[in-house]
Design a binder for this molecule. Structure first.
Ligand SMILES: Nc1ncnc2c1ncn2[C@@H]1O[C@H](COP(=O)(O)OP(=O)(O)O)[C@@H](O)[C@H]1O
Ligand SMILES: O=C(O)C1=C[C@@H](OP(=O)(O)O)[C@@H](O)[C@H](O)C1
Ligand SMILES: [Mg+2]
Length: 176
């Protein structure tokens, strides 16, 4: 259903592997909105890939760049923004997301997230001896924060990207 009319911004939140980047891009196309990904924006502004930023500036440096990107991107109109999984950690980011768009939490179990991320070396927080345990820890800390900002929670564990997109479009048509 490309060109569907749904007003405003959609912001995607959730853990690494939830599908924010993949589903966000497809949603933007279907809803005729411009797609942004805060990680891509940070990489473009910095001129370095995410693992390099973590290596040189640590997570603290990355979070600072992320906060700047979220503050700017949430001021745009008619966009879909895929955030990074840790974007909800800063209260200021949560306020920007809540204030400026409709927030969708893509939810999945740590086991499912592990299956989707285990072959990808570009997530510094998962380059540990036990990434499954790390995902479970992050889930425990962040799930309440995702729920705090979310207007809509979508369970993605049993859904392909395409069936998820169709479900999401139906929900968004109804609720926005
Ligand atoms: N609902 C889904 N079912 C199966 N695989 C998925 C689903 N959503 C995303 N994926 C896959 O998981 C991986 C991570 O997706 P990505 O969009 O990068 O997640 P995020 O941006 O939330 O970290 C990609 O390989 C993507 O194709
Ligand atoms: O969860 C996190 O803290 C992070 C998630 C990543 O984005 P995705 O959620 O798109 O993988 C990226 O921002 C960075 O590696 C940190
Ligand atoms: Mg992503």
């Amino acid at each position: 259903m490309p060109g569907m009319k749904m007003p405003g911004n959609f912001f995607l939140v959730g853990l690494m592997g939830a599908g924010k980047t993949t589903v966000g891009r497809a949603l933007a196309k279907a809803a005729s909105k411009t797609f942004y990904d805060s990680d891509h924006e940070i990489e473009a502004r910095t001129g370095a890939r995410i693992p390099t930023i973590f290596e040189l500036e640590g997570e603290v440096g990355f979070r600072q760049r992320e906060a700047e990107a979220i503050a700017d991107l949430t001021q745009l109109k008619n966009i879909v923004l895929a955030t990074g999984g840790g974007a909800v950690l800063h209260p200021a980011n949560r306020a920007h997301l809540r204030r400026n768009g409709y927030v969708i939490y893509l939810c999945a179990s740590p086991e499912e997230l592990y299956k989707r991320t285990c072959h990808d070396k570009n997530r510094p927080l998962l380059q540990t001896a036990d990434p499954k345990a790390r995902l479970a820890e992050l889930y425990a800390i962040r799930d309440p924060l995702y729920r705090e900002v979310a207007d809509l929670v979508m369970d993605t564990s049993q859904q392909s990207v395409n069936s998820l997109l169709q479900l999401l479009l139906k929900e968004l048509e109804r609720k926005t």
